[in-house]
Design a protein around this ligand. Sequence first.
Ligand SMILES: Nc1ncnc2c1ncn2[C@@H]1O[C@H](COP(=O)(O)OP(=O)(O)OP(=O)(O)O)[C@@H](O)[C@H]1O
Ligand SMILES: [Mg+2]
Length: 353
Amino acid sequence: MVLENVTKRFSNIIAVNDVSLKIEKQDFFTLLGPSGCGKTTTLRLIAGLEFPDEGNIYIAGKNVTMELPKNRNVAMVFQNYALYPHMTVRENIAYPLVVRKIPKREIDRKVAFVAQSLQISELLDRYPQQISGGQQQRVALARAVIQTPNVFLLDEPLSNLDAKLRIEARSFLKRLSMELGTSVIYVTHDQSEAMALSTKIAVMNQGRILQVGTPKEVYDKPMNTFVASFIGNPPMNIIDCLFVGTKCVLGDQIIDFSDLPLIDFPSKKAFIGIRPEHVTLDTKDGDLIGEIYVVEPLGFETIVTVSVNGKPLKVLVFEDVSFKSGDKIFVKFKRNKLHIFDENGVRIRRRDE
Ligand SMILES: Nc1ncnc2c1ncn2[C@@H]1O[C@H](COP(=O)(O)OP(=O)(O)OP(=O)(O)O)[C@@H](O)[C@H]1O
Ligand SMILES: [Mg+2]
């Protein structure tokens, strides 16, 4: 599946702006980005529900840019999962196979399997209006995954499920996509879902793709401050600073970064990026001094917010925390996990990567 310089405008809005993507057969490819960034429009272009103003779309090697949806062999789950109201859940799920004249016994077997996997077996004889939103969403997902298309297009298919079901359905989807070997293009604004499911993530903002990479690549080497702060929970701390040579000035504090193997040091305004899991707290010394603002225990880990120069810095701690609000504290940044972004928010590469 290939998108080649695809642009889609709605009057004066550029919903999708010069997007190029290559999706391999085994990919679980996620479009990740904030509301309104163009994720659904991209899926609709691939499905043939919209046509691009510029660019080309290829599915299974064939240029389908102007083809109708029925000629593309894609299975799509819509953000607002449209089910057929006059059909039972069972008939809804079976429908794509019925129109393809698959033998009834095989249909029954497949429906039973997907219904069980998505925990909707008890609902098969009800009608869509007799089940909840989260249940309807799973029926829509079941109706898609029962098919054998060239590509699955899934638009936030788990958004209405509660946290527990969501994680179960996520494992099922990942396993299923591995077994089927069919590419999946998945849309979400939930970064943890994207990290957990994907072989590749494309981070989008304002119609553009900012970075494509494996979950590890976008987490370890975010190309700019937008990607850096979109991936990870709590998000990466992005700290304003000023560089003078290898010295980094933050208010009345200075960190010497001469041991940092940057290809180039910024000459003025810049940003330090450090994930909460890569900051440690110390009572004796560190890179910066601050004051404990608030401590939030989450069970396994604790989020500690430290106020440094009057700005919040999030720290993830995996041991018991005995600090309390108001305590003076030093923060120390793991040097090999530190990111420096230039004044435009673009990551400066390190010599050791
Ligand atoms: N039919 C349309 N007519 C006019 N503008 C549209 C239309 N569809 C989408 N847009 C605009 O295009 C942009 C991208 O919309 P899109 O639905 O692709 O976003 P999204 O990333 O899926 O957002 P969300 O996460 O909220 O679903 C938005 O600014 C939206 O308002
Ligand atoms: Mg959308």
